[in-house]
Design a protein. Structure first.
Length: 161
């Protein structure tokens, strides 16, 4: 039986959380807790891993389905694998899943200071439609605003990244 050659997607499971948490702690100064992931899996949210041929963790996404929409809650690529197109692959996979679920829109919040993520989302057609004041924790006990972004899905075409 042959192994898959390149990166692939598979559902996140509770047994993956040790590796997911290791990436989360590397990637963010204010990471999700294990409880966030456990609760997301228990609620049936769409949680996907991007793994290499040896099941090495490249990245993951967690999204909540709603009526005619998806809400992207977490999209993370292992720091050592960033800048290699994996976030784009995660977005493309999410877009396909959202369309298959008949969602018309994907929503997300992103730190106002996260210019790299904002640029990625904008390339994919997300537009900033609002702000959540003090949404994210920040250094020295402060809070940082989140930009609310919306991706209006159309047809089966992926945006040109």
């Amino acid at each position: 039986m042959s192994r898959p050659v390149g990166p692939r997607f598979r559902p996140m499971q509770v047994s993956d959380l040790e590796r997911v948490m290791a990436v989360e702690l590397q990637a963010y100064p204010f990471p999700w807790t294990r409880g966030h992931f456990v609760d997301s899996l228990a609620a049936g949210y769409r949680a996907q891993l991007r793994v290499d041929a040896d099941d090495g963790l490249i990245g993951y996404s967690v999204a909540m389905a709603g009526v005619d929409e998806m809400h992207l809650l977490n999209l993370t690529v292992t720091p050592a694998r960033q800048g290699q197109g994996h976030a784009q692959a995660l977005l493309a996979e999410l877009g396909q899943a959202a369309r298959a679920a008949k969602a018309a829109t994907v929503w997300l919040e992103v730190r106002e200071s996260n210019a790299r993520a904002r640029a990625l989302y904008e390339r994919w057609g997300f537009e900033s439609v609002g702000r959540r004041k003090g949404y994210y924790p920040a250094n020295a006990g402060r809070r940082e605003d989140a930009l609310v972004m919306r991706w209006t899905l159309g047809g089966s075409e992926e945006p040109a990244p």
